[in-house]
Design a protein around this ligand. Structure first.
Ligand SMILES: CN1c2c(nc(N)[nH]c2=O)NC[C@@H]1CNc1ccc(C(=O)N[C@@H](CCC(=O)N[C@@H](CCC(=O)N[C@@H](CCC(=O)O)C(=O)O)C(=O)O)C(=O)O)cc1
Ligand SMILES: N[C@@H](CCS)C(=O)O
Ligand SMILES: [Zn+2]
Length: 780
């Protein structure tokens, strides 16, 4: 057993903090390094400065022992793979950083690792590949050097590392592993590396280590619970180690709580915003790190409720520490930077720094609270905005929100007003006259620096609306010309007017506020500014129609109108929590439905309503998933079912593990669905549900999250694989996601290869039908 910890757990803490930089300094440094505009030394200096700034800020706000190793150049799961030596041979490079970037982004020769959503957030992690032969070897330079860097500044820190069970549960079996193999089979070997890590940190004089185990809030089977027990009994038994703090977040520990309680770990973190107090008394004798300040929203905490929960934990378990419910990675840095927000709204908000202050204040309140003055303890501490601008739910042309206890709405496509798929598809084929394996894109084309600069100039008042509009129209004209030249079949306008696919809509809808500097990391160097949905949603006027109509005026080929779906708009915003999520989603669905109607009325025959976040909002535990999918699908269908049969509705999901919810995706009743698959095609296409997928499907054949350009042969192989499970008349050819993050050079080359691959894979067209299809094109 460990010696007594050198210091007690501080009374207030946070589980993690943003790292991209208050002004996205890390983003700029990373992109400069990747583009060859900066040296590795410069990138390292930026990282060191950001860490120093963070620790000083956190101690300045009142935290005694801030976390360390929460900084990452790309992703914390990827860092853990590097820490444990789980690096595929194809990615090994001369420096740790280049190895890290090769794993995340690929190289000319090596495809990157898969990337997917971090639980139910809009953050993406890199999926480690673990096989029976992975040679684990501790490489502790990063956490150790961070401890030393902080100490040189006079600060003690608590290193944070992903825990062994979560690491293995999030990993995937390396290619070529036997079918019976799962990464969890390697627990014993991974634990040896963790033991060495703990010994190395103990040798550095580290008092506490935080092991993040968010996977413990999902439904775990017997093998997984046994792994939790094995892991923490074994690490706890280590003779010379720091005290162990196992942090759970994003929900309740459920059955994992008594298991952890039975191990020798000294502290357990519980999420009391999404989870509750159930079973907390089992933790008596340990430190309970109580997450009462939400790390997932931007609302001020309800102090009374938070304090009541803290007192209840103290009463039931003994020693309690005040904390955030999860890392603050998912919220912006500092509300102080948002001078433009409405003051009434601003008073209700807390960003990361304000949340740190809330934690510190609550710890002081708890400290001064009499030992037994426990108000009736609520089982949940969810903060409610103090004064929501709530008016009666606005639902101009919608039936009352679907009651989940009703018969499943998704079973009856006709009810929503469109004919069954088979009828629609014939009408669309006659109207659109597309070839088999039509080639299209997901919507966005590269957002050039010039375009972003024009938008920044518009915001700064340096460019007038007219000039900006001209700039956007010029971009649309170029994008249309490029697609015609490359030979795409269904064109897009390229979304040049959008800063982001959610923020843009939020800026044009009532009920939302947007921030100037409220950046939150989404993956690698990519960030978003999630809008704040604080009131009832309404659409004052059409949003996208003029751009799509302009694009149509430039070409004879069909142009796809491009909208973001209601679930995604809500998922990627910070949402009011005084209404059920479902009602908020339906308010947004009303607005999207109106936009679909207006696009159709303007003559747009193909409309894509993206729902990349459909999978993301799925409750982490099975209980509740069915109900969620029912209303989410219903909201989508409400948004799209105003369209007539001739209008082809597309949807798009990316990094959504779509294979897990294919039945619900089918139930969306979109005519065509594009999904991520270039990095995980075999998995998706191996799903029995794909064979049963009854509508058009476009499994992505170009991984747009990597700078690599796929060859026509590579894209062709993926198409051939898709053709083995799907009929040619329902298969579409498209990238995985939008092209906004790529350069024109990459996009042109990649799309040319996609068109070539589609042409090679198309069944030969008989001369007569070619003539008919030509005639349809003439008529359009
Ligand atoms: C498709 N995905 C999206 C997700 N979430 C979203 N909200 N949006 C998405 O598209 N989740 C899943 C996936 C993957 N995630 C992302 C997230 C973010 C990006 C991305 O490309 N982000 C851009 C920022 C986009 C943006 O808001 N751009 C603005 C501001 C641009 C800017 O930096 N301006 C400069 C000044 C201009 C200049 O002089 O250059 C500044 O403010 O300093 C805009 O275009 O106006 C990013 O760069 O991170 C992609 C996928
Ligand atoms: N239409 C969007 C979808 C991204 S998920 C785009 O192309 O960027
Ligand atoms: Zn996408």
């Amino acid at each position: 057993m460990t010696a007594a910890p050198p210091q007690p757990f501080p009374a207030a803490t946070i589980l993690g903090y943003p790292r991209i930089g208050p002004r996205r300094e890390l983003k700029r440094a990373l992109e400069a390094y990747w583009d060859g505009r900066a040296t590795l030394g410069e990138l390292r200096r930026t990282g060191a400065e950001l860490r120093e700034r963070t620790w000083k800020r956190l101690t300045g706000l009142g935290l005694r022992t801030p976390p360390s190793n929460t900084f990452s150049l790309y992703d914390q799961v990827l860092d853990t793979a590097l820490l444990l030596g789980a690096v595929p041979a194809r990615h090994r490079a001369g420096t740790d950083e280049d190895t890290c970037f090769a794993m995340a982004r690929g190289t000319g020769a090596a495809a990157p690792l898969r990337m997917t959503k971090w639980f139910d957030t809009n953050y993406h992690y890199i999926v480690p590949e673990i096989g029976p032969d992975t040679a684990f070897a501790l490489h502790a330079a990063k956490p150790v050097s961070e401890v030393r860097q902080a100490r040189a500044l006079g600060l003690e820190t608590r290193p944070v590392v992903i825990g062994p069970v979560t690491f293995l549960l999030l990993a995937q079996a390396a290619p070529g592993s036997p079918a019976s193999f799962t990464p969890l089979d390697r627990l014993a070997d991974v634990l040896t590396a963790y033991e060495r890590l703990l010994a190395a940190l103990a040798a550095e004089g580290v008092g506490w280590v935080q092991l993040d185990e968010p996977a413990l809030v999902t439904d775990l089977g017997g093998a997984e619970l046994a792994a939790v027990r094995t892991a923490y009994e074994r690490l706890g038994a280590l003779a010379d180690r720091p005290a162990l703090f196992v942090a759970s977040y994003f929900g309740s520990l459920g059955q994992a709580l008594p298991v952890l309680a039975g191990t020798p770990v000294e502290a357990v973190g519980v999420d009391l915003v999404r989870g509750d107090l159930t079973g907390v008394e089992a933790l008596a004798g340990k430190t309970v790190v109580a997450g009462v300040v939400s790390g997932r929203d931007v609302w001020r905490a309800d102090r009374e409720r938070a304090l009541a929960a803290l007192l209840a934990v103290r009463e039931r378990a003994g020693h309690v520490v005040v904390s955030t419910s999860c890392s603050l990675l998912h919220v912006p840095y500092d509300l102080e930077a948002e001078t433009g927000l409405d003051p009434a709204l601003r008073r209700r908000l807390a960003f990361a720094d304000q949340k740190v202050s809330e934690v510190v204040e609550l710890a002081a309140l708890l400290d001064s609270a009499p030992a037994r003055a426990v108000p009736a303890a609520p089982d949940r501490t969810r903060a409610v905005p103090a004064a929501p601008d709530r008016t009666p739910v606005h639902a101009p042309d919608r039936a009352p929100v679907h009651d989940p206890s009703d018969a499943p709405a998704v079973a009856e496509p006709e009810r929503a007003g469109r004919s069954p798929y088979g009828v629609r598809t014939a009408a669309q084929a006659a109207h659109l006259g597309l070839p088999p394996l039509p080639v299209t894109t997901i919507g966005s084309f590269p957002q050039t620096g010039e375009l972003r600069a024009a938008r920044a100039a518009l915001a700064a008042g340096e460019l007038d609306e007219g000039a900006y509009e001209e700039r956007v129209r010029a971009e649309i004209a170029q994008v249309i010309a490029l697609q015609e030249r490359l030979g795409l079949d269904v064109l897009v306008h390229g979304e040049p007017e959008r800063n982001d696919m959610v923020q843009y809509f939020a800026e044009h809808l009532g009920g939302f506020a947007v921030t100037r500097h409220g950046w939150v990391q989404s993956y690698g160097s990519r960030c978003t500014r999630p809008p704040i949905l604080h009131g009832d949603v309404h659409r004052p006027e059409p949003i996208t129609v003029r751009w799509t109509a302009y694009a149509r005026s430039l070409t004879d080929r069909p142009v796809k109108g491009m909208l973001t779906g209601p679930v995604t708009i809500v998922a990627w915003s910070f949402v009011r929590d005084d209404l059920p999520l479902r009602d908020v989603v339906f308010q947004v669905a009303d607005a999207v439905r109106a936009e679909v109607r207006d696009l159709e009325a303007a003559g747009v025959s193909v409309i894509q309503v993206d729902e990349p976040a459909l999978r993301e909002l799925l409750p982490l535990r099975r209980a509740g998933q069915e109900e969620y999918l029912r209303w989410a699908v219903e909201a989508y269908r409400w948004a799209t079912s105003a369209a007539g049969d001739r209008t082809q509705i597309h949807t798009h999901l990316c990094y959504s593990d779509a294979d897990q919810i294919l039945a619900a995706v089918d139930a969306l009743d979109a005519d065509v669905t594009s999904v991520e698959s270039a990095r995980s095609g075999a998995r998706l296409l191996g799903e029995p549900a794909v064979k049963g997928f009854a509508r058009g499907l476009g499994p992505g054949v170009y991984d747009i999250h990597s700078p690599r350009v796929p060859t026509a042969a590579e894209a062709g192989e993926l198409l051939e694989a898709a053709l083995r499970v799907l009929p040619a008349d329902r298969l579409w050819v498209n990238p995985d996601c939008g092209l906004k993050t790529r350069t024109y050079e990459q996009v042109e080359a990649a799309l040319a290869n996609l068109v070539e691959a589609a042409r090679r894979a198309r069944p030969p067209v008989p001369t007569t039908s070619r003539a008919v299809s030509g005639a349809v094109t003439q008529l359009r």
